[in-house]
Design a protein around this ligand. Structure first.
Ligand code: PGA
Length: 254
């Protein structure tokens, strides 16, 4: 049994004060949901404030990005060594990093290896564009992203994978649950080919892209889908706690 996993990707939103208020407004509800791993990924500058609020709860922090070097002349970047004392998770290869900031599969692979070496758990994002989807190339694209992203990655460390079709991110146009479940099944078999069947069965694979409290049930009911990477809806306390509660109750059902 894979433990359900919900991460909130706040992206470039909230000042420190707003971040602290948002966490305070939902921490009580989130801390009640002990059957789900819950990870909040706020902007770096809010980490300290938020770690105080979540201390002693089951909620964990995650970063939205990092560079793969340990330290040095890399203006504006944050290293795995800097993150490790502050958080357990790091989102890597998000499509916004790939599309807006030019990250390649090779760079994402470097980041995954560096995160694992530092003891962080990557949330490795993959997904196809609308054009690739329309052209029937989803399988090819996903396969390439996994093979290059997980190249030379050790099989004895935890990695969480997030399948996020780019056309579904921030558009209000979520994928259909069945379709996402099928693609995630393909992702799992690809991981089995690279890291072994046992590792693939143990790996949590999330869906991401316009997840809301109104559609989460459709995704989490799919046996292949272990949780969600939530963007917009993670910035609203009622929506995010609503998502977490539904995941807890649906995955707990016999
Ligand atoms: P969204 O973003 O939920 O706002 O579509 C998801 C993501 O980019 O991780």
């Amino acid at each position: 049994m894979r433990r359900p996993f919900i991460a909130g990707n706040w992206k470039m939103n909230t000042t420190v004060e707003e971040a602290a208020a948002l966490v305070s407004s939902m921490i009580g509800d989130l801390n009640n949901e002990t059957a789900v791993d819950i990870v909040l990924c706020p902007p770096f500058i809010s980490f300290y404030r938020i770690s105080e609020t979540i201390e002693g709860t089951s909620v964990r922090l995650g970063a939205q990005n990092m560079y793969f070097k340990e330290k040095g002349a890399y203006t504006g970047e944050i290293s795995p060594l800097m993150l490790k004392p502050l958080c357990q998770y790091v989102i890597l290869g998000h499509s916004e990093r790939r599309q807006i900031f030019g990250e390649t599969d090779g760079m994402v692979n470097e980041k995954i290896k560096a995160a694992l070496a530092a003891g962080l758990t990557p949330i490795f994002c993959i997904g196809e564009t609308l054009e690739e989807n329309d052209g029937g190339r989803t399988g090819t694209v996903i396969t390439r992203q996994i093979r290059e992203g997980l190249k030379d990655v050790p099989s004895n460390k935890e990695i969480v994978v997030a399948y996020e079709p780019i056309w579904a991110i921030g558009t209000g146009r979520a994928a259909a649950g069945g379709q996402a479940g099928k693609t995630i099944g393909l992702i799992r078999s690809e991981i089995a080919g690279m890291l072994g069947k046992e590792k693939a069965e143990a790996t949590r694979i999330l869906y991401g892209g316009s997840v809301t409290a109104a559609n989460i049930a459709e995704f989490i009911s799919e046996p292949q889908i272990d949780g969600a990477l939530v963007g917009g809806a993670s910035l609203k306390a009622a929506d995010f706690t609503g998502i977490v509660k539904q995941v807890a109750s649906i995955k707990a059902a016999p």
